[in-house]
Design a protein around this ligand. Structure first.
Ligand code: ATP
Length: 968
């Protein structure tokens, strides 16, 4: 049986004499987790042939019984003792009270009337199993724990070996999928044109280099062919067979890259290839020994564990050293065979789990590795210098030693605070993974994290050996999935079934309901995906990605360790930001906007533009960029979302029409991320290296999301100034990702609207924008004239959130009503709706996240507005919870935009109806954050109707004042 629980006290480790001689043991007090233990048992039954198939490394002499079917699960939350024998004491030494522990294939022991547990020869001991450690992290760790840390901190830079390695891996996958070698090389080198251009490499030279490495792959595949392994044949029937093979590995089969996640071992990774059910790892280096390198074996062993959890029984691993085939037999001595097999011993698998435990425990404790944990020799390490600099600057203990003086204390404190915050965020991402197996498919669907019960329709092989998968779904399902997203496409079980990482190419035929809301909406039908391997897809799950957290960490590292001193002086309050503003007038009808442009141009360090709703932020940014371009500056334009980037870019194109050539404006982003009408400006990554490089280098204005600013390509770029829109929605490190690339920066945002979207509650929830506005109010300007709302509508938000300073920019704005719209007459509205602001009381049905009475009332209101002549597309409905959003969606016509506040931020509508979904009292964080109500109330231009239970709203002072204003 599997035993799982929380460490409940100090762990005792000692030696005892057994009939086998001296043995170590650790006694762990464990508070059992009953639900978990039961479900582990069930899983085990499902998976009986898989688990514990390996034996060896006996740890205990007493009679081992198979008690997996004893049926007596441990009592709920009782504390017991689990004895971990011999080598597992190393993992026991990492345990601290409060940590989670899983022991597989444990046996029960009766001791003084109490049931205890102990490891058996088949047991694995897993520390913090829900912490998912990446396979490459384990490989780095075994090389040197400090190397693992350094890689995590700075990310992988753009360099030729890395790009070449990626191309060789891609070609490898192509060959496995049956693509022609030369086609594969041409296509893959072409795809990396931009990166190769930045590296100064030519297409032919790279192709030659890749070809040499590919010879090893071809040779190895040829060998397989000779021994009669079935490589890819043709036809869809074979495809189905292959997709089956992937999870019931059979003799004579192989497949390319596979994403594997293990809920038991807390490991995940992508195996390069699987042959006859065993992992194959590709290394672009050379190895002249007979045996694979140890760290490479460790990596293959990780995949073996993952495959075993999927029901395989892995006894070998293969390492393919592609450089070996490029070496000259006359000059090199040693074993030049590229493919090296090794047997996958039980001892190695357990060793790998212990390594993984070291990482999990260290991360849970928030420790930083010193290098002493391992036995690597610093003098042979390529990273020795970097290691010493990082240790020196951050004043960290390190085996390699330190060089340089430590950063000032406030910077080190900042580093530690944000490092911790980002790691907490990472843990939340891991929790998302855990939900893949903890939640039922229905729960996942209810959480909008999955589309389930799809009807698989077809799969088709594409010319490049990839696959197109199609499925149909019942209408009505909603989810967070969007076109362009990477998802887990599975046959129904993303963890234990057949699953592939796939990209959503199309999500049905229907148009998104509103420009800013690309949620999957009712009426969509066919789903089209592309993947490396075929799957009979019936379910799609959100793929939790650590990319964002990785990039936040790299941005934090860059600002502190590579950042400019002056930048840090102002960020840390050691110097005041300085300005030298031009006396020119840039905007003659709006003083605050004009001042904002002057400051953006004149700032030495940075400036902050605070833009409440509808105050012309976009226009001001576009005008400022034009002035900068005219001064010959190179400008980076960035924002948190693709939507915002495209929005500003659109305004900018108008401004720059007669200033620079269109080809000097470049949008960096993926095809699916960039709005269609901005596609002509998108930087193509594929192509001739020189051309690709020239296009980017020639650009005077580059637009990209802040996440993309952290990419390898963008990190090679530098700018005179970075303008960041939606800055109040960015975390501090998220903002640095863009501002690190420029000499000075301009942040534009509104901290009275929604804060950064993060999963964890910590320092990441406050934006750099807000912190700097508080610290240096004089370094910014607030745009105080709004071009959106009728006077009545804006009054409350102005008073409550902007000290009464927000005013209509023009009389025409102040006097806006629905009457101005063609074919609409206010008089034909029911009396209660004629004022620009109205309140419709309902009693509410006391539901927690839904309110059917409100939903019904809202449907009537939508009808009333329609009857008065409004178009459906001119009406928006905002509700606090997704459940209420679907409740309302069911009752109103499809073209009415219904969504949460978060989805409405940044957009506006002629008419907005707000559902409060609260009866009697206002409960929960949704209502506590007043910034949400600010956003909701400032979306409409001409009419706002609030629907809710007055007694609930009166219970809070802010909502009470809102009510007073709405009822007036
Ligand atoms: N100085 C100005 N003179 C005339 N019209 C202006 C001026 N500034 C902005 N506008 C107009 O006001 C409207 C809103 O401007 P813009 O889209 O720039 O606002 P925003 O602050 O970015 O909006 P949001 O709050 O939705 O992000 C636009 O129609 C724009 O043309």
């Amino acid at each position: 049986m599997h035993v799982r629980g929380t460490v409940a006290g100090e762990v005792e480790i000692r030696s005892v004499s057994t009939s086998y001689g001296e043995s170590d043991l650790a006694e762990v007090p464990l508070r059992l987790d009953e639900d978990r233990n039961r479900s582990e048992d069930e899983n085990e039954k499902k998976n009986e042939n898989g688990e514990g198939a390996t034996d060896g490394g006996t740890t205990l002499g007493v009679g081992e019984t198979d008690d997996r079917d004893d049926g007596n699960g441990p009592d709920s939350r009782t504390t017991t003792t689990v004895t971990l024998w011999n080598k597992w004491t190393e993992s026991a030494a990492l345990l601290e009270p409060g940590m989670e522990l899983l022991v597989t294939n444990a046996k029960t022991e009766e001791y003084e009337g109490e049931t205890r547990y102990a490891t058996t020869g088949d047991s694995y001991v897993v520390v913090e199993p829900s912490f998912l450690v990446n396979v490459t992290a384990i490989r780095n760790w075994v090389e040197c724990p400090r190397l693992y840390y350094l890689n995590k901190l700075s990310g992988i830079p753009l360099n030729y070996p890395v790009v070449k390695g990626t191309i060789v891996h891609e070609v490898f996958g192509d060959l496995l999928r049956g693509r022609d070698l030369e086609d594969a090389i041409d296509a893959r080198v072409e795809e990396h044109g931009l990166e190769l251009g930045l590296l100064g490499e030519s297409r032919d030279a790279v192709a030659d280099d890749v070809r040499e490495n590919a010879a090893a792959i071809e040779g190895w595949l040829e060998q397989g062919r000779l021994t009669g392994e079935g490589k890819k044949k043709d036809g869809a029937a074979n495809a189905a067979a292959r997709s089956e093979q992937s999870f019931s590995p059979t003799e004579g089969s192989w497949r390319s890259e596979q994403l594997l996640i293990s809920e038991t071992f807390g490991i995940r990774g992508r195996a390069d290839a699987i042959r006859r059910g065993a992992p194959v790892e590709l290394k672009t280096g050379k190895n002249l020994k007979k045996e694979p390198r140890f760290k490479d074996k460790v990596q293959a062993a990780c995949y073996a564990l993952l495959l075993e959890e999927h029901g395989g029984d892995v006894d070998t691993g293969t390492l393919l050293y592609t450089k070996n085939s490029a070496l000259d037999r006359n000059e090199e001595t040693g074993d030049l065979t590229p493919a090296k097999d090794f047997s996958m011993g039980d001892g190695l698998l357990k060793f790998v789990v212990r390594l993984r435990n070291e990482i999990a425990a260290m991360e849970m404790q928030g420790d930083v590795p010193t290098g002493y944990e391992g036995d690597a020799k610093c003098e042979y390490c390529f990273e020795q210098d970097t290691c010493m600099v990082v240790s020196g600057r951050l004043d960290q203990e390190s085996k390699a030693g330190q060089i340089g003086t430590p950063l000032p204390e406030e910077e080190r404190e900042y580093f530690e605070r944000f490092y911790r915050a980002i790691e907490e965020e990472r843990r939340e991402v891991h929790r998302e993974y855990a939900k893949l197996w903890e939640q039922s498919p229905e729960e996942r669907a209810d959480d909008d994290r999955a589309l389930i019960d799809l009807e698989f329709t077809e799969m088709r092989e594409l010319s490049e050996g990839r696959w197109e998968l199609r499925a149909r779904r019942q209408s009505g399902a909603t989810s967070k999935l969007r076109e362009g997203d990477l998802v887990l496409a599975s046959d129904g079980d993303p963890v234990r079934g057949s699953s592939e990482l796939a990209r959503i190419e199309r999500l049905g035929s229907a148009e998104p309901r509103s420009a800013d809301s690309q949620t999957v909406e009712p009426g969509d039908e066919e789903i089209v995906l592309t993947a490396d391997e075929p799957v009979e897809v019936t379910r799609l799950d959100v793929y939790p990605s650590e990319l964002t957290t990785d990039r936040l960490l790299a941005a934090l590292h860059d600002v502190l360790l590579k950042g400019d001193d002056r930048r840090k002086d102002v960020l840390f309050g050691r110097a005041e930001p300085e300005f030298d503003c031009p006396e020119e007038t840039f905007i003659d009808n709006n003083d605050a906007q004009n001042e904002a442009v002057r400051m953006a141009i004149g700032a030495d360090d940075f400036t902050l533009i605070h833009g409440p709703p509808g105050t012309g932020k976009t226009y001001t940014i576009a005008r400022a960029v034009r002035a900068m371009v005219e001064r010959g500056e190179r400008v980076l334009l960035s924002a948190f979302t693709n939507r915002a980037v495209d929005n500003v870019l659109e305004a900018l194109l108008e401004q720059l029409d007669d200033v620079i050539d269109e080809d000097r404006i470049v949008r960096v982003g993926s095809e699916s991320g960039v709005r269609e009408d901005m596609e002509p400006y998108r930087l193509e990554r594929a192509g001739d290296p020189d051309d690709r490089l020239a296009e980017l280098q020639n650009a005077q204005v580059v637009a990209a999301t802040t996440a993309t600013c952290g990419s390898r390509v963008m990190k090679e770029q530098s700018f005179d100034v970075a303008l960041v829109d939606e800055a109040a929605q960015l975390t501090e490190p998220g903002t640095h990702a863009a501002t690190n690339l420029a000499d000075r920066f301009v942040l534009v945002g509104d901290h009275e609207q929604l804060p950064p979207v993060v999963r964890a509650e910590n320092d990441l929830t406050e934006s750099l924008f807000e912190r700097l506005v508080d610290r240096y109010p004089e370094a910014g300007v607030m745009l105080d004239r709004q071009y959106r709302m009728n006077q009545r509508i804006q009054a409350f938000a102005s008073r409550e959130f902007y000290d009464g300073q927000l005013r209509p920019a023009e009389p025409a704005v102040a006097a806006r009503t629905v009457d101005d719209l063609e074919g609409v007459s206010r008089d034909s509205l029911p009396e209660g709706l004629r004022d620009p602001v109205s309140f419709v009381p309902v009693d509410g049905d006391d539901g927690r996240y839904t309110d059917s009475e409100e939903a019904t009332r809202i449907a009537e209101l939508v009808d009333a507005y329609e009857a008065a002549g409004l178009e459906r597309t001119e009406i928006g409905v905002i509700a606090p919870f997704r459940a209420q959003v679907s409740e309302i969606s069911k009752r109103v016509p499809e073209s009415v935009a219904v969504d949460t506040v978060d989805r409405f931020q940044g957009s506006s509508q002629e008419v907005i109806i707000v559902s409060f979904t609260a009866t009697g009292r206002l409960e929960g964080p949704i209502f506590e954050d007043y910034r949400r109500i600010n956003v909701a109330l400032t979306r409409p231009k001409r009419a706002l109707t609030l629907v809710g239970d007055p007694s609930a709203l009166e219970s809070d002072p802010v909502y009470d004042r809102m009510l007073e204003w709405a009822r007036r």
